[in-house]
Ligand binder design. Structure first.
Ligand code: TXA
Ligand code: MG
Length: 319
């Protein structure tokens, strides 16, 4: 077992919150993927996130808070429709981009005038955020806990595999089991008159429009979203979409699609939710098996299927 791994007992979570407050890094489970957290008010701790991930320093981070009551700490303006979204979908797989308050430093926002905020729906994440707030913390900045451009981790073992070489002795990885959703949160720009989806996730356009009564607008390409880079979410193996797999290649597809002879089946999800939940671990398994190529048949659904197709499209562009 890795020296960083910690179980999620009440004592361990209390101790881990103290590590965060002291400026250490803490990887923790959320319902989407594991995050690599630091005190969002501590510029040095946040600088270490960029260092450990190998991420360009002008890419903004999401601030995680324990409840929507804390939104006002980080945002100076919250439109009515954003409050409706927060009420309906938090805690949950949704990040709101809001006009930033003074608390949101350039080292969080990448120098932009907006800040991303999310209340995750995971018992360990919420317990950690609450303990951190009790210790005087205001929020935890956390990108996905992978090296820049790689597949996001959905288990603590995957976090250790990604980052162990770059973490320090006082950093912690909380092991809360496998993530439920499996793909990153929906990111919604709430700085305009109507919501605009910057990154699709489990909260779909239909859900946003039903909740707010507003039509979503096209995303503004000027906003910097690192996850929107074309080559992202990629394993070492080359990813091909919509092809007939050949012998020796890995294969991920819905369970009703058969495996041709000699092909290495990595996952057979029964529905789109299961597809999202196991996709990243299946891509990691391709690398663990040292496969050079993986074929994926993306799902056709219009719910979380949209997010899966978005990530697979980027994974297929390679590293
Ligand atoms: O599900 C998730 O969102 C996970 C878990 C850990 O919460 N986090 C995550 O963080 O995926 P990250 O950093 O890997 O992706 C967050 C995306 C990045 O593409 C970043 O550029 C964008 O959110 N983002 C953050 N703040 C932003 C802002 N102020 N304006 C535009 N995009 C922003
Ligand atoms: Mg990421």
């Amino acid at each position: 077992m890795s020296q960083f791994l910690s179980k999620c007992t009440a004592d361990a979570i209390f101790d881990t919150a103290a590590h965060l407050k002291a400026g250490d890094l803490v990887a923790f489970p959320t319902e989407t993927v594991y995050g690599l957290g630091a005190d969002a008010c501590n510029s040095q701790a946040v600088a270490r996130i960029y260092q450990v991930k190998g991420r360009p320093s002008d890419h903004p981070l999401i601030v995680h808070i324990a409840s929507m009551d804390r939104m006002g700490d980080w945002a100076r303006e919250v439109p009515e429709y954003a409050i409706k979204l927060a009420r309906d979908f938090w805690p949950g797989p949704m990040t709101l981009i809001l006009k930033r308050s003074e608390l949101a430093g350039d080292f969080i926002t990448g120098g932009q005038d907006s800040v991303g905020v999310r209340v995750p729906d995971h018992i360990v994440a919420l317990a950690l955020l609450e303990a951190f707030e009790k210790a005087g913390g205001k929020g935890v900045a956390a990108p996905s806990a992978n090296r820049f451009g790689h597949v996001s981790p959905t288990t603590a073992a995957a976090v250790v595999e990604e980052l162990a070489d770059c973490l320090s002795i006082d950093d912690v990885v909380l092991d809360g089991g496998a993530c439920d959703v499996g793909v990153e949160s929906t990111i919604i720009d709430c700085t305009g008159a109507a919501p605009s989806v910057l990154r699709p996730g489990a909260v779909s356009v239909a859900m946003i429009e039903e909740c707010t009564g507003l039509k979503t607008t096209q995303s503004d390409s000027k906003i910097r979203v690192s996850g929107s880079l074309e080559n992202h979410y990629a394993p070492v193996a080359k990813v091909y979409l919509f092809q007939t797999p050949l012998p020796g290649q890995g294969f991920i597809a819905h369970s009703n699609i058969q495996t041709p002879e000699g092909v290495i089946r990595l996952a057979s999800p029964n529905n789109d939710e299961e597809f999202a939940r196991i996709l990243y671990s299946a891509l990691r398994e391709a690398d663990a098996h040292k496969l050079s190529e993986v074929v994926v048949i993306p799902p056709k659904g219009i719910g979380i299927g949209v997010a899966i197709r978005d990530r697979l499209g980027r994974a297929a562009k390679g590293r």
